[in-house]
Ligand binder design. Structure first.
Ligand SMILES: [Zn+2]
Length: 281
């Protein structure tokens, strides 16, 4: 280990600066969204079975709601532009803009070059949780998704019902792509209902039993036409382990809701990002 410089403590004591202050981010009109949601009706319902995934489609200007049913359960969510799988949820940039976990009023942003809101959280029944004494919170954009490759790396296993494989099968079924064609489109997720953080002493990613209970829900406005896939993680409430058939698992419900005509008056689906893409040439 290197010898600390004489001013090591002074260097550590420098106050942090927020990388991306959000004051200039376009803000969603939450009161408009909420009023539209209040009058919306359910137009479709899908169930992601335990240790499996389901896909769903939502039109821009409709809502989708993910609900806990049966018992505490974590869900891994992928979103794509319904007309272009190349535009997909960008977990890293969402984290840079909103922090490690997202809640009401925050957004799931899409990949470059579009970088626009794909979905906005309109209601979060777990927004009371905040940040606990361990630094844990819910709905993270810091994890990736449980996958069979990491399991194989760490323990030599061949487990097929990790969220990565569940999402791959769901996307293949939704699009007609083969599994090998679908797999590269699966991406880092929003960990719905999952309670996670980083340990203070070692900086390691941790999980703990989710505070979610039957009836809890996370509701979004689809800002663009979306294809979504949600996996009911084999970790169940993620209180002990994932990547196995050990944990108790429950289905997750996905409802699509259509607002009354005119209820989103003034709202417009966001255009792609305004950067000219000339990259200095
Ligand atoms: Zn998982």
């Amino acid at each position: 280990m290197s010898t600390p410089p004489s001013d090591a403590e002074a260097r550590r004591a420098i106050a942090p600066v927020i990388c991306y202050p959000t004051e200039t981010l376009p803000r969603p009109d939450l009161s408009l969204y909420r009023a539209a949601l209040a009058g919306a009706r359910v137009v479709s319902e899908t169930l992601a079975p335990p240790r499996d995934a389901a896909s769903f489609r939502v039109e821009a200007g409709q809502f989708f709601r993910i609900s806990c049913t049966g018992g505490p359960q974590v869900g891994d969510l992928n979103l794509w532009n319904a007309h272009d799988l190349g535009e997909r949820f960008y977990s890293g940039k969402t984290r840079a803009l909103h922090g490690t976990h997202i809640t009401t009023g925050e957004r799931m942003w899409s990949s470059f070059p579009t970088l626009r809101p794909m979905a906005t959280v309109v209601e979060d029944s777990l927004d009371w949780y905040g940040i606990d004494a361990y630094g844990g919170s819910v709905h993270d954009v810091i994890g990736t998704r449980c996958d069979p490759y990491t399991g194989n790396l760490l323990s030599g296993s061949q487990y097929h019902h990790c969220c990565h494989s569940n999402l791959t099968r769901a996307l293949a079924d939704a699009t007609g792509l083969s599994l090998h064609e679908a797999e590269p489109h699966v991406h880092d997720v929003l960990n719905v209902f999952m309670c996670t953080g980083f340990t203070r002493d070692t900086g390691q990613y941790f999980m703990k039993a989710s505070p979610v209970r039957p009836g809890d829900a996370l509701t979004f406005l689809a800002e663009i036409d979306l294809l979504g896939a949600l996996s009911a993680c084999p970790g169940g409430d993620c209180g002990s382990e994932h990547s196995s058939d050990t944990a108790a698992c429950h289905p997750l419900k996905i409802e699509v809701l259509a607002p009354a005509p005119g209820a989103l008056e003034g709202w417009e689906s966001p255009p792609p990002n305004g950067y000219d893409r000339s990259h200095g040439r």
